[in-house]
Design a protein around this ligand. Structure first.
Ligand SMILES: Cc1ncc(C[n+]2csc(CCOP(=O)(O)OP(=O)(O)O)c2C)c(N)n1
Length: 620
């Protein structure tokens, strides 16, 4: 195995050129074998094997900097930088992350997970290098999907003014997770099109001539090599017009051509885009044919491509069906996704109501202000979005939706600990950042039925509402309890005395376990499903204070600024005579791992919560 000879950065440079295609095949086999067992990002990684090899052949790590966008496609980079053995622990607690991590390797120069950051970060590296008089190369690798993000556009706008070498590799596979959308995608499709493949022409010459000293020489060499670098050509003029140098498109599976292109790019004294065409899922037919399904996968059978574990009904699925049912009755309902139609369950809506469905690209900030405009125009927009990705749209939620009290519904999926994607993807901040925006109503269902009831409630409510629900299988806990939803009112599950357990959303599970354990040791606590994080049910808290000596709040979110804080404030401000104990996740970034392992490690289990309760009572 050639892969056995690669144990640290730059080892690939010792592999004979004729063996590189075999190494690419071995890497693909390795990735398919390992990801089929651990789960992870497959299709994108299969598409970047040769591109990564070519970059490792063309640059010197760790001195040169490779800044990956999103970072989900950096598995080959990890393999080529001495982390082969760690693949068995991919995305597991204490194991190797699925994204670049500076703490993991000096070859990972920037932590990522969210989209469209690489050009900004890369440009920062460029300026830091230039100010220090350094000579290393900086390469940002961004996908065509990530290029639709506003941050990437802001960065390009800035990078166009740069007068030193900065290489931006545009990894174009014509796909975001789903097929890419919008004008950027059309622009790239145009460039990729038939008439794009021409021989060298004047425009390329002008690009090449920008290379100091060597430019003219390269032009004449390229002209001599008739079929040499055939794909250097004109169509990147749109980028050139912006002030960026454009090279490409180049076949992203041809290592020789890629290396030649990088050789040229290294000579430019500008920001240069190297446009690379790759195929998602290359080398594994199920992933090549259905790249969307193989974007992020749980363990699967390599022969059939089918997942090993049987799928269960998820909250996403419940949302997916319910929104269609509601939209069939109410033609004001429209749905928005920021490039996550399948992940958020909106594919069904897209098929049934194509004119009322909007995929805006990886553009959460735009999605929110767009939703505000739709609402101001008389519609009822539902923006379905993962908790961690909505973080970027904080100002738009405040400035465009809430100040104007526009009736936008935020369906916040993947809230709480999501597990194996780690720090960047845990949905543990939304109770805090949504909570502090005046005029925002924040709800969370205890089970699947309540999610549907909350959606009906949100539809009838004339103002901004957020409903947050977790990743994974639905719960049917306490499905016999279905009091009608009243604005700002909680739901009593069990009435008792002494300790009142007040849970929000999915943490009813931990609350019920705490309840059972306290009961088992002879106590008679109350259990309440808060339903509303904001506004908090002050009337209920007053009633509880009369009969209980302790209020235990439970929320799957960091402690700062969330539900527990609201309860504590209500108690303080009204002078209620009751002690409040807040159980939450710690105010920390939670790494990757299985959800239950993480809950254990970060003290979010019934036992850990009872321990906290007991220590507040002086019971050790
Ligand atoms: C802010 C943000 N929104 C959504 C996502 C989810 N996401 C991860 S990868 C991806 C698609 C990226 O497409 P592209 O950049 O073309 O990379 P490819 O996977 O096609 O190689 C999306 C939408 C994210 N990581 N960050």
């Amino acid at each position: 195995m050639i892969l056995d000879t690669i144990n640290k950065a730059n080892d690939i440079k010792n592999v004979p050129i004729e063996d590189l295609p075999r190494l690419a095949s071995e890497i693909r086999e390795f990735l398919i074998d390992h990801i089929s067992r651990t789960g992870g990002h497959l299709a994108s990684n299969l598409g970047t094997v040769e591109l990564t090899m070519a970059m490792h052949l063309s640059f010197d790590l760790p001195e040169d900097k490779l800044v990956w966008d999103v970072g989900h496609q950096a598995y080959t980079h990890k393999l080529l930088t001495g982390r082969k053995e760690e693949f068995d622990t991919l995305r597991q607690f204490g194991g190797m992350s699925g994204f670049p991590k500076r703490r993991e390797s000096d070859c990972d120069c920037f932590d990522t997970g969210h989209s469209s950051t690489s050009i900004s970060a890369g440009l920062g590296y460029v300026k830091a290098r230039d100010l220090a008089g350094g000579t290393n190369y900086v390469v940002s690798i961004i996908g065509d999907g990530a290029l639709t993000g506003g941050l990437a556009m802001e960065a390009l706008n800035n990078a166009a003014e740069n007068k030193s070498n900065f290489i931006i590799v545009l990894n174009d596979n014509n796909m975001s997770i789903s097929p890419n959308v919008g004008a950027i995608s059309s622009l790239l499709t145009g460039i990729r099109g038939d008439n794009a493949y021409r021989d060298i022409n004047d425009n390329v010459k002008s690009s090449l001539k920008k290379i100091p000293v060597y430019g003219d020489k390269i032009v004449s060499q390229v002209q001599k090599a008739k079929s040499g670098i055939k794909q250097l050509f004109l169509p990147g003029m749109k980028f050139e017009d912006m002030g960026l140098t454009y090279l490409g498109p180049v076949d992203g599976h041809d290592i020789g051509k890629l290396c030649k292109m990088f050789k040229i790019a290294k000579k430019m004294n500008t920001s240069v885009i190297v446009h690379v065409i790759t195929e998602k899922g290359r080398g594994y037919e199920p992933a090549r044919l259905r790249p969307e399904r193989f974007h992020g996968v749980s363990p699967f059978d390599v022969t059939t491509g089918k997942p090993i574990a049987a799928s269960k009904t998820t909250y996403t699925e419940v949302f997916s069906r319910k929104i269609c049912e509601m939209a069939s009755r109410d033609n004001k309902i429209v749905a928005i996704t920021a490039s996550m139609a399948s992940g958020t369950g909106l594919t069904r809506f897209q098929k049934r109501f194509p004119l009322r469905f909007f995929d805006v690209g990886i553009a959460e900030e735009h999605a929110v202000t767009f939703a505000a405009g739709l609402a101001a125009g008389g519609l009822k927009p539902y923006f379905a979005v993962y908790s961690s990705f909505l973080q970027r749209a904080f100002d738009e939620i405040l400035h465009d939706v809430c100040i104007q009290q526009l009736p936008v519904v935020f369906m916040i999926d993947r809230a709480g600990i999501v597990g194996s994607d780690g720090e960047t993807h845990q949905g543990i901040f939304d109770y805090s950042y949504m909570n502090i925006i005046p005029g925002m109503t924040v709800m969370a269902p205890k089970n699947r039925l309540e999610l549907m009831d909350m959606m009906e409630f949100a539809n009838s409510y004339d103002g901004p509402v957020a409903i947050r629900y977790p990743r994974g299988a639905v719960s049917d806990i306490f499905s016999d309890f279905k009091e009608e939803i009243c604005y700002g009112r909680a739901e009593h599950i069990y009435d008792g005395e002494g300790t009142a357990i007040l849970t929000i959303g999915a943490s009813i599970e931990e609350g019920a376990q705490v309840y059972d354990k306290l009961k088992a040791r002879g106590e008679n606590p109350s259990l309440i499903n808060a339903r509303f994080e904001n506004p908090v049910d002050t009337q209920l808290i007053a009633e509880l204070a009369a009969k209980h000596d302790r209020l235990l709040t439970i929320e799957e979110n960091i402690g700062a600024g969330g539900f527990g804080m609201n309860v504590l404030r209500a108690v303080n401000e009204n002078g209620y005579d009751i002690k409040v104990i807040n159980a939450s996740l710690p105010d920390e970034y939670i790494p990757h791992g299985g959800v239950s392992k993480l809950k254990e490690a970060y003290g979010f289990t019934a036992d850990a919560i009872i321990e906290k309760l007991d220590s507040s009572r002086g019971i050790l």
